[in-house]
Design a protein around this ligand. Structure first.
Ligand code: NAD
Length: 596
């Protein structure tokens, strides 16, 4: 017969524990909430009341419900208070010896039939379980941060966890309104195994001054639709916790260098910069525990200040190319008030691009996003040409031709001959080194990457790629142009994948490896990332949309440039591409799209 859970215990009321108490109490369970000292108990109480008060203020919880919720929680110091609970979940810091000590103690204190659960993110549940005399009643219940908000729970069963314990915990998760995925005991489970390599890579980028914290975070939010950037997420998780998780994953997960914590993390933890909980991490917060970021010495100047910073005046813009990106970019510039000269390889192509721009602008009118007058004015600003010579007097050229280095280099050599001095020459390449293109001209200081995202009229992000020869003036001009286009321009160095692809594709590749290793299913991995981390799409959904061939090509580039063994394309990805399973565009990728 299934167990009845009436009273549960939570040990440790930090970032996770306080949220877990809230989840239980909100769903009608009585909770014994335990901390190590009166001071820590008080902190936990303050976190819980703060969170429930915010829920009331937002209209998500009635005052009476909040009062009932708080009345269900019994705050206590010391594990002895847990003698009558049906299940206890431990959420103390991520140290194996500490957790083992607590489990040995829980085994002594709790009823013989009680389930003992850990919220560990990376430690072995099996190793924790052997500290008790009832390893078959020990299980992982891994909540996500913030626990009251995130829908996912990873239920981790060890080789000795009883089937009835797993079933009862799954039923409990359902009662809590959570979606659970049940998996075996492996470092990082699903979500963290895919998340932490990415987070650590982002810290490495920041540490190497490849881009600013604001730009790294904006790139991932705006380029991938993630709810938070990686550095803001690190602050939310807690840098001490993140360090321990990475360190354990490195040691337990085959010593993948990508999980070796970035040196900066250790320094920050040592210096007491733990993230939101200490009031300062990658960002500075109003006070410890507050989610509100306040300006500090690293906060960049407002965009207006950057404009004054040596940017050249741009009025006339040439766009070279006739594909999807060129078409979108022409529209973006024309709508923002620039005079645009579109150059294609023939009148027929120009007519096609013109038609596409008109169709897109008309859609804007139908959707009420653009007036007819503005549409006509935007169209009136575009000149159609099939001759590069017409770019002699433009102020900026944006190249968006085929992704082949020889073609781009030849084009830039021609632009160098045709364009007047002082023109900014930009390439939209997503994978080629911008410096190669720049060196095809006699003016590499004026060359920069402007990496727009598809569809350009909609996606708010542009990566501004500076080579080691790009001048400050060129960079300032690019930033000013992006601001005028209404886009967020993030500045980064000239490395394979820039910010977004360099952080995104290895994660997708890791998901393929996880599937290949049969650790979980494509559906559960997609759920884990969507419901555990708030991603708009799971990795397999995204791979099928992007195209497996495109993803493989990007991953190969990253691997070739950075020589990071962990970036080697997953064999399964290569096999699917060889088999012609390219994703939605071919009807089949990780999923069959012909039957949907
Ligand atoms: N932070 C996250 O985003 C996150 C997400 C999922 C899981 N986890 C996991 O949850 C666990 C807790 O992490 P956290 O981020 O909440 O840590 P935290 O440092 O914010 O909180 C830990 C709490 O445990 C208390 N504690 C320490 N020793 C204790 C003891 N002997 N008895 C009772 N309480 C004790 C501390 O006083 C502190 O309040 C870790 O295993 C972590 O890996 C964390």
């Amino acid at each position: 017969m299934a167990r009845e859970f009436t009273r549960v215990g939570v040990v440790g009321l930090g970032t996770m524990g306080a949220g877990i108490v809230e989840v239980f109490a909100r769903n009608g369970l009585d909770v014994t909430a335990v901390e190590i000292s009166e001071a820590a108990l008080e902190r936990g109480r303050v976190t819980l009341t703060g969170s429930t008060d915010r829920a009331v203020a937002k209209g998500k919880l009635a005052e009476a419900e909040r009062d009932a919720l708080l009345a269900r929680v019994d705050f206590r110091v010391g594990l002895d208070a847990l003698h009558d609970v049906d299940l206890v979940i431990e959420a103390v810091p991520e140290h194996l010896d500490l957790k083992q000590r607590i489990f040995a103690e829980l085994d002594r204190v709790c009823k013989p039939e009680a389930i003992l659960a850990t919220n560990t993110s990376s430690l072995s549940v099996t190793e924790i379980s052997v500290a008790t005399s009832r390893p078959n009643q020990v299980i992982g219940i891994h909540f996500f941060n913030p626990a009251p908000v995130m829908k996912l729970v990873e239920v981790v069963r060890t080789v000795v966890t009883s089937a009835d314990v797993v079933a009862d915990v799954e039923a409990l998760c359902e009662r809590l309104g959570k979606v659970d995925v049940t998996i075996s005991d492996r470092a990082g489970f699903i979500a963290n195994a895919l998340l932490f390599g990415y987070l650590n890579h982002a810290v490495g980028m920041f540490e190497a001054r490849y881009a600013t914290r604001e730009d790294i975070d904006a790139a991932m939010k705006l380029g991938c639709g993630l709810p938070m950037g990686p550095l803001a997420l690190m602050d939310l998780i807690g840098l001490d916790t993140a360090y321990e998780i990475l360190d354990t994953m490195y040691r337990r997960g085959g010593r993948d260098r990508r999980h070796a914590p970035a040196p900066l993390l250790k320094q920050m933890v040592t210096a007491g910069l733990l993230g939101r909980k200490s009031g300062r991490g990658f960002y500075t917060y109003e006070r410890p525990g507050s989610p509100k970021v306040v300006p500090d010495e690293y906060t960049p100047l407002a965009a207006d200040a950057a404009l004054a910073d040596g940017a050249r005046a741009i009025a006339k813009v040439g766009v070279v190319g006739s594909g999807t990106m060129a078409t979108g970019i022409i529209e973006v510039f024309a709508k923002a008030g620039y005079e645009v000269i579109s150059v294609t390889r023939g009148a027929e192509k120009s007519a096609k691009v013109c038609e596409s721009v008109k169709t897109s602008l008309n859609k804007g009118v139908v959707r009420g996003k653009l007036s007819e007058t503005d549409r006509d004015a935007a169209l009136g600003r575009i000149t159609w040409s099939a001759t590069l010579d017409h770019l002699a007097d433009v102020d900026l050229v944006v190249e968006a031709v085929i992704e082949e280095l020889s073609v781009k280099k030849a084009l830039f050599a021609s632009l160098d001959e045709i364009c007047k001095p002082g023109v900014v020459l930009a390439t939209t390449t997503s994978s080629l080194p911008v410096i190669d293109v720049a060196m095809a001209t006699q003016r590499p200081a004026d060359v920069i990457g402007l990496h727009f995202f598809n569809p350009a009229p909609i996606m708010p992000l542009v990566e501004i790629v500076q080579t080691i020869r790009t001048s400050a003036e060129t960079s300032a001009t690019a930033r000013a142009v992006c601001a005028k286009l209404g886009k967020t321009g993030v500045v980064c160095g000239d490395r394979s994948g820039f910010i977004v692809n360099a952080l995104l594709f290895p994660y997708l590749n890791d998901a393929v490896r996880m599937l290949e290793a049969s650790y979980s299913t494509a559906d559960d991995i997609d759920y884990a990332m969507k419901l555990g981390c708030g991603y708009p799409m799971g990795p397999f959904e995204l791979l099928d949309v992007v195209g497996l061939d495109v993803s493989l090509a990007i991953q190969r580039e990253l691997y070739l440039e950075l020589r990071e063994p962990g970036f080697a394309p997953a064999p399964l990805l290569e096999h699917l591409v060889t088999a012609g399973y390219l994703g939605r565009k071919s009807g089949r990728g990780f999923r069959d799209h012909t039957r949907r």
